[in-house]
Design a protein around this ligand. Structure first.
Ligand code: EPZ
Length: 432
C-alpha cells in the first residue's frame, strides 16, 4: 500500500496542465466497441480506471493498441464474448457503460455489477428502466446485470432523477435502435456532451446533448473515428482549490473555462482572484478567505465531485460555512479525517456546518474515496507539520501524476511505501 507524506505550509505557484476527462473517457471507450472499424481516442488520462477499462475490453476481444501514453487505437470487430466479468471491472463505476454499448450493438450484454466510490447507495434502476423501455429484458443475478433484446426500438424515456450514468448508458443503447428515442430530464454534464459528440463523429444522430432533452435517431451502423477527449473539469477544479487553499498563484492549462464557471463563481465569492483565458485559468489567493454556502447539484450547478475539496478550503476560511450534498447520500466520510487535523465540522444529514479555524495540523489520515482523498491532500498542503495520506490508490483512480504535478508547483511531498519507515525519516530530513 502506498501513501503520500506531505510537509504543509507552502504557497504553490507555477503552471499545471490538465489531462483528459475520466468520466467522459469511460463512456467514450465503451462507445468505441459499437463499430467494427478502427477508432483512435486521444487525450485519454493515464489513470487506473481507464487502464482497467482498456484491459476489460481486450478481455472480451477488442484489439487495443497503445499509440502513446494518452492515445489508443481500438478495433472491436472481433468481440466474441459479451460477458464482462473480472475482479478489476467490479472496482470501477464506468464498466456499466459496456452494458449499453454491447446491448446496443449485439443486443446482448452480461456485465458485473459496477463498483466505484462508496458515496451512497448508487442504484442503477434508471439504467434498467431505459434499457427495458427500448425493448430489452434485464435481469440481475449472480452479481451480474444481464440484458438482451430481440430488437431495440426507440422510446420516450423520462428519468426519475438527473443521472449521468443512466443518460450515457441509455444513449449508448439507443444509437442503433430503430426509430426515435427521447431522453427527458437528462444529465447535462460536459462529459455527456463529449460522449454524444464522439458517437456523432461515428455517424450517430444525437441532438440536444447538454440540455435536459436528448433526441436520438437510430442509425443502421456506426463507422470509425478519431476523437480527442475534453479536459477534465474536476481535475482542473481540484487544482483551482489547491491554489486557493495554499494562498498560491497557479495557472491551470488545457481547460474549458465555461465548464468551471460554478467553481470560479464560488471562489470569487470568498475572495479568490480568478482570471480566465481561452484554454487556461489563473487562480490567485493572497489573503484569508471568507465563508459561504454551497449546495452541490447536477451540472451546471456546483459539482458534487468538488464537494470534499471546497469543504476543505472552507475549513480554513473565516467564519461559518454550510455545504449541502445535493446528489449523493453519504459523501462526508472524509470529515472525521479532517477533524484529526483540527477541522471543526458538524455533519447533519447531507449538510456540513463548517466553523473556519486558523490552523490545521498534520496527522495520519486515510482517503475514503477518490475526491475525498484529493481533499485530504489539500488539507495536508496547508497544515502545519507532516501529513500522511493513506490509501492513495483511490486518488490514483482519477488523477494522473497527482503528486508530481503538485511537486512541480512547489509542494513538499512524496509517495512512499506504507511500511517504509526509512523513507519517512529520509523525507522528513530532506524536508527540514
Ligand atoms: C457519475 O456517477 C460520476 N462517475 C461520478 O463521479 C459523479 O459524482 C456523478 O456522475 C454525478 O456527477 C462516472 O462518471 C464514472 P449519477 P454516476 O447516476 O453515474 C442516483 C468521480 O469522483 N441514481 O449521476 O453513478 C444516484 O444514487 C465520480 O469521478 C439512482 O437513484 O452518478 C445518485 O444519488 C464519483 N438511480 C444520483 O442519482 C440510477 O439508476 C446521481 O447519480 C442512477 C443514479
Amino acid at each position: 500500500m502506498e501513501q503520500y507524506i506531505i510537509k504543509g505550509g507552502k504557497a504553490l505557484a507555477g503552471e499545471v496542465t490538465i489531462g483528459g476527462a475520466k468520466n467522459a473517457a469511460l463512456g467514450i471507450l465503451a462507445a468505441a466497441v459499437m463499430t467494427d472499424e478502427p477508432v483512435v481516442i486521444e487525450n485519454l488520462p493515464d489513470i487506473r480506471d481507464i487502464n482497467v477499462m482498456l484491459q476489460t475490453m481486450e478481455n472480451i476481444g477488442a484489439k487495443v493498441e497503445r499509440l502513446d501514453r494518452h492515445s489508443v487505437r481500438m478495433c472491436s470487430g472481433n468481440i466474441s464474448c459479451m460477458n464482462v466479468e473480472n475482479e478489476y471491472i467490479r472496482k470501477i463505476r464506468g464498466s456499466y457503460y459496456l452494458i449499453g454499448a454491447l446491448l446496443g450493438k449485439y443486443k446482448q450484454a452480461q456485465v458485473a455489477l459496477p463498483g466505484g466510490c462508496n458515496i451512497g447507495s448508487r442504484p442503477i434502476d434508471q439504467h434498467i428502466k431505459g434499457f427495458e423501455a427500448l425493448g430489452a429484458v434485464v435481469k440481475i443475478q449472480y452479481g451480474l446485470i444481464q440484458a438482451e433484446a430481440k430488437h431495440l426500438t426507440g422510446s420516450h424515456i423520462y428519468f426519475d432523477m438527473v443521472t449521468v450514468g443512466a443518460t450515457i448508458n441509455v444513449m449508448l443503447a439507443a444509437v442503433l435502435a430503430e426509430g426515435l428515442t427521447i431522453l427527458e430530464n437528462a444529465a447535462k454534464e460536459p462529459h455527456i456532451v463529449d460522449v454524444a459528440n464522439f458517437l456523432n463523429s461515428m455517424g450517430a444522430n444525437i441532438k440536444g446533448a447538454g440540455t435536459d432533452v436528448i433526441r436520438i435517431k437510430g442509425v443502421p451502423k456506426l463507422h470509425g473515428s478519431t476523437y480527442s477527449i475534453i479536459p477534465d473539469q474536476i481535475e482542473a477544479g481540484t487544482f483551482m482549490l489547491v491554489a486557493a487553499a495554499t494562498k498560491g498563484d497557479v495557472t491551470i492549462k488545457n481547460v474549458i473555462p465555461k465548464h468551471l464557471e460554478a467553481i470560479t463563481a464560488k471562489l470569487e465569492e470568498i475572495g479568490v482572484q480568478v482570471e480566465e483565458f481561452d484554454d487556461s485559468i489563473r487562480v490567485v489567493a493572497t489573503k484569508r478567505l471568507g465563508h459561504t454556502q454551497v449546495k452541490t447539484l447536477p451540472y451546471p450547478g456546483f459539482p458534487t465531485d468538488m464537494q470534499p475539496q471546497i469543504s476543505t478550503l472552507l475549513v480554513i476560511s473565516e467564519g461559518t460555512s454550510i455545504v449541502t450534498e445535493g446528489v449523493f447520500e453519504n459523501r462526508f466520510k472524509y470529515v472525521d479525517e479532517l477533524a484529526k487535523m483540527g477541522a471543526s465540522i458538524r455533519v447533519e444529514g447531507t449538510t456540513a456546518i463548517i466553523d473556519g479555524v486558523d490552523l490545521l495540523t498534520g496527522a495520519i489520515v486515510s482517503a475514503p474515496d477518490l475526491r475525498a482523498g484529493a481533499a485530504l491532500v489539500i488539507a495536508g498542503l496547508v497544515a502545519e507539520g507532516y501529513t500522511v495520506v493513506e490509501q492513495v490508490e483511490y486518488i490514483e483512480r482519477g488523477y494522473e501524476d497527482f503528486e508530481s504535478k503538485l511537486c512541480e508547483l512547489g509542494a513538499v511531498m512524496e509517495k512512499i511505501d506504507a511500511n517504509d519507515e526509512k523513507a519517512v525519516r529520509k523525507f522528513k530530513l530532506k524536508a527540514c
